[in-house]
Design a protein around this ligand. Structure first.
Ligand code: AMP
Ligand code: GLY
Length: 422
């Protein structure tokens, strides 16, 4: 079987490594992949948003199955285009990917189907948004409607900050058209949990829970990033909460999408906040999270390729989705300065790493050497029987990797470990 994976980050590297465990998988193409993924797949220089070229490549190379991993091509309709040419895909079609592509869509969906989320209002012009801010209490959360690389969310602690956020999104177009519409919502508190779930549109099977560390600095300080590290499972997500989420959030969401004529097939990511009033949806993503995938897939005991085919074919109900009992920790090594300005082109030495996965995100090959090429450079994942050991092992391996200007957080897993001790 020839598989094509669209995307080129740490998430895609983790997916590719897992797919390789299936004996029937003979070749994997990564579009575009990266310098580190090149050790596990054939990288092809086609960008993940170049949909026509992706389809052409898949046809010309007789690809048997495609996995579209990033949000952009999913929202642009890559799955529709591939399926139209007879290439089976894992991932939602354009109609279903809107659950991530438009926050106003997902907020209205939750309201209509009574799925618990923060109270909200949607605005498509700056005047009415600013007027609304005159009478609300703070802090308040302002979100650009469309995709904004995880940066389109501003938590405003007072009216002035909120006005500035509305002006920058709606008038100055800081996020382009993504900010033409904004969602203004209630500020919630509580531990955050990421739950990725496989679904074929009818059945939903959640994966092991995880905890992301979104802020750049230790102690959850600094700017929001794509994610600086993850642990799984998330200790705040008890069996009782899991059962409640299944009943109040996961099944109602799958059923709502079906009822709207937008059945969702693929991986649906639930970003949850465990508030004192119960679990609430903070966001949906139409794809695997990154770096969540880098801790979740190493713990998957079942066969990823079989599950992906079952999601595509509507056969998930009778397909096993099982996880190991252990824990995993992933520490992201980034280029100093990320998520703002950073330098790249530095050689990466990871020859000393043992007993850990290195999922490469931002690296390329230059004169036969692996050099940095992005903000998030790689993720180091260790798996162990306890979270404490997984975190310790991940950091031991991180210390064996070197490149100039490397930066990582020292406290990935600290919050989860202290929760376990309580
Ligand atoms: P999002 O991109 O929607 O996941 O938002 C990014 C981050 O902003 C989340 O992980 C939360 O930490 C925070 N956030 C988003 N919405 C809210 C909310 N309603 N209340 C408090 N924090 C929020
Ligand atoms: N780690 C958060 C995301 O993938 O959106």
């Amino acid at each position: 079987m020839k598989i094509m994976v669209v995307g080129g980050g740490g998430r895609e590297h983790a997916i590719i490594k897992k797919l390789k465990e299936n004996q029937s998988v003979t070749e994997i193409y990564a579009l575009p992949g990266n310098g580190g993924i090149a050790a596990d797949a054939i990288c092809v220089d086609i960008g993940s948003k170049e949909i026509e070229k992706i389809v052409e490549f898949a046809k010309a190379n007789a690809v048997d199955f495609a996995v579209v991993a990033p949000d952009d091509p999913l929202v642009l309709g890559a799955v529709d285009a591939l399926e139209a040419k007879g290439i089976p895909c894992f991932g939602p079609d354009k109609k279903a990917a809107i659950i991530e592509g438009s926050k106003s869509f997902s907020k209205h969906l939750m309201k209509k189907y009574n799925i618990p989320t923060a109270d909200f209002e949607v605005f498509d012009n700056a005047e009415s948004a600013l007027k609304y801010l005159e009478n609300c209490s703070f802090p308040i959360v302002i979100k650009a409607d469309g995709l904004a690389l995880g940066k389109g969310v501003i938590i405003a602690s007072d009216r002035q900050q909120a006005q500035a956020a509305v002006n920058s999104m709606m008038r100055d177009k800081k996020f382009g058209d993504s900010g033409s519409t904004v969602v203004i919502e209630q500020f919630l508190t509580g531990p955050e949990v990421s739950v990725l779930a496989f679904t074929d549109g009818k059945t939903v099977k959640p994966m092991i829970s995880s905890m992301d560390h979104k802020r750049a600095g230790n102690g959850d300080t600094g700017l929001n990033t794509g994610g600086m590290g993850t642990v799984a499972p998330n200790p705040f997500y008890t069996d009782e909460i899991a059962e409640r989420c299944m009943r109040e959030i996961f099944l109602p969401t799958i059923n709502a999408m079906k009822a709207e004529g937008r059945p969702f097939k693929g991986c649906l990511y639930f970003g949850l906040m465990l508030t004192p009033d119960g679990p609430r949806v903070i966001e949906y993503n139409c794809r695997f999270g990154d770096p969540e995938t880098q801790v979740v897939l190493p713990l998957l005991k079942s066969d990823l390729f079989e599950i992906m085919q079952a999601c595509r074919n509507g056969a998930l109900e009778n397909t096993a989705v099982e996880f190991c009992n252990g824990s995993a920790a992933c520490v992201v090594m980034a280029s100093k300065g990320y998520p703002e300005k950073y330098e790249t082109g530095f050689e990466i030495d990871m020859s000393g790493v043992k007993d850990a996965y290195v999922f490469v995100a931002g690296a390329r090959i230059s004169d036969g050497r692996l050099v940095t090429s992005g903000g998030r450079v790689l993720g180091v994942t260790a798996v162990s029987d306890t979270l404490e050991k997984a975190v310790q092992n991940a950091y031991e391996q991180v210390k064996k990797i070197s490149f100039a200007n490397a930066y990582y957080r020292d406290d990935i897993g600290a919050r989860a470990l202290s929760a376990l001790k309580q």
